[in-house]
Design a binder for this molecule. Structure first.
Ligand code: NAD
Length: 391
């Protein structure tokens, strides 16, 4: 069995799908590992370190993609700089594993099905205890939550910690975290470590205890409707409930030095939590870091990939934050992918047991079919939009 690690072609993507340590583990199991020349360079892993771990370095992209039984990626397959689409580098029966964005870009799943590729999407790994060590959404969200706080601290014209000095006393910064999922909880922990006073809000009441155990104050918003969907995720709430929560959180946004928004509803545009009016009420010098920038933003003023100044408030919409901590983001992603590969490969052969809930959920295309109804629905909705636009 040959497993190949591709060099990422996404602009700005610094992560790599396997690091040398994980390569060594596969090689020890008798698996041949091919690594595209320079694949780990932007994550500070040289070709020489992969070679020392037992990998074969391959300079020619077509050879690497052609020889692989299992191809490992981080970012979704896409058109390369030379105009060729990465899907066209694959051949029937191959396995590809990566973040494939099947709900956001269902047309990619369609192309993979048409080429009879067996594709595993890391986003579709179930969020269960058994699958925890394969949960790349969590490992990468935790990196993003950490980095968001550092970005806020660096952009703020103030200290985070309380300081008592001969030159006077500096009060601690007040940080408000909106959305207390994996990224939000890591943001709370990081802001607390830097000495800030932290408040947090989420529509899922279950997170209250987690927020409090990290030393932050939980802001309660009485929402009468059900806010939790299957798998522990948030549900899209009604406009009335959104309005009610905005009224409650407005006061906390107004007094915050930094607001970090992380709210997401899977498969939907990110909910709007911070309106233009709320931004206008904030103190000059305050900072908003919007982790939902790529999904439409939690703040009305967010521009993805940009820092904008609105009445003295800096609104930052970072893109692909995990990639900005590439060593540890790659290390954790590699561990997630290694666990999945070891789960799939038995005695050097692929063991596709679709009765297993992890394999069933994560395998999005096989034998010419899209295997997941939510992706089929997303594709149908996408096709409808294309039809409407062409009329
Ligand atoms: P996510 O990225 O989808 O969303 C981030 C947060 O935004 C969530 O906490 C959500 O409740 C919140 N949110 C959504 N709409 C909101 C709104 N209008 N206002 C305020 N907050 C809003 O979530 P995630 O971090 O990927 O994970 C969410 C949950 O999934 C976890 O807390 C947990 O219950 C479950 N999970 C389980 C496991 C496991 O068991 N292994 C692992 C990871 C996650």
């Amino acid at each position: 069995m040959k497993i190949a690690v591709a060099k990422e072609s996404e602009v700005g993507e610094r992560r790599v799908a396997l690091i040398p340590d994980t390569v060594a583990r596969l090689v020890k199991q008798g698996i041949e590992v091919l690594v595209e020349a320079g694949a780990g360079e932007r994550a500070c892993f040289s070709d020489a370190t992969y070679e020392a771990a037992g990998a074969k370095i391959v300079s020619d992209t077509a050879t690497l993609w052609g020889e692989a039984d299992v191809l490992l990626k981080v970012s979704p397959l896409q058109e390369r700089g030379d105009g060729q689409h990465e899907v066209d580098l694959l051949h029937e029966g191959q396995v590809v594993i990566g973040f494939l964005d099947p709900l956001g870009t269902p047309t990619l799943a369609q192309r993979l099905a048409e080429r009879k590729i067996t594709a595993f999407s890391m986003e579709m790994i179930p969020r269960t205890t058994r699958a925890q060590s394969m949960d790349a959404l969590s490992s990468q969200a935790s990196v993003a939550g950490y980095k968001a706080v550092l970005i806020a601290a660096a952009a703020m014209p103030k200290y985070f910690p309380m300081l008592t000095t001969a030159a006077g006393t500096i009060p601690p910064a007040k940080v408000f975290i909106m959305g207390a999922g994996v990224a939000g909880l890591q943001a709370i922990a990081t802001a607390r470590r830097l000495g800030a006073v932290v408040e947090a809000f989420d529509i899922r009441p279950a997170v209250k205890e987690e927020v409090q155990s990290l030393g932050a104050k939980f802001i309660e918003v009485p929402i009468e409707e059900d806010t939790v969907a299957a798998g522990g995720y948030a549900k899209e709430i009604s406009e009335a409930a959104k309005q009610r929560s905005r009224e409650v959180v407005a006061e906390h946004v107004k007094t915050a030095d930094a607001v970090i928004t992380t709210a997401q509803v899977p498969g939907r545009k990110a909910p709007l939590l911070v309106t233009e009016e709320m931004v206008a009420q904030m103190k000059p010098g305050s900072v908003i870091v919007d982790l939902a920038a790529e999904q439409g933003g939690n703040c009305a003023c967010t521009k993805p990939g940009k820092d904008v100044l609105v009445n003295g408030v800096t609104v930052i919409g970072p893109i692909n934050l995990p990639s900005s901590v590439p060593i540890h983001a790659s290390q954790m992603y590699a561990k997630n992918v290694l666990t999945l590969v070891q789960y799939l490969v038995k005695d050097q052969a692929l063991n596709l047991n679709f009765a297993d809930d992890i394999i069933d959920a994560a395998c999005i295309t096989h034998a010419g079919e899209i295997r997941n109804q939510r992706i089929k629905d997303a594709l149908a909705a996408n096709n409808e939009q294309v039809m409407e636009r062409s009329h």
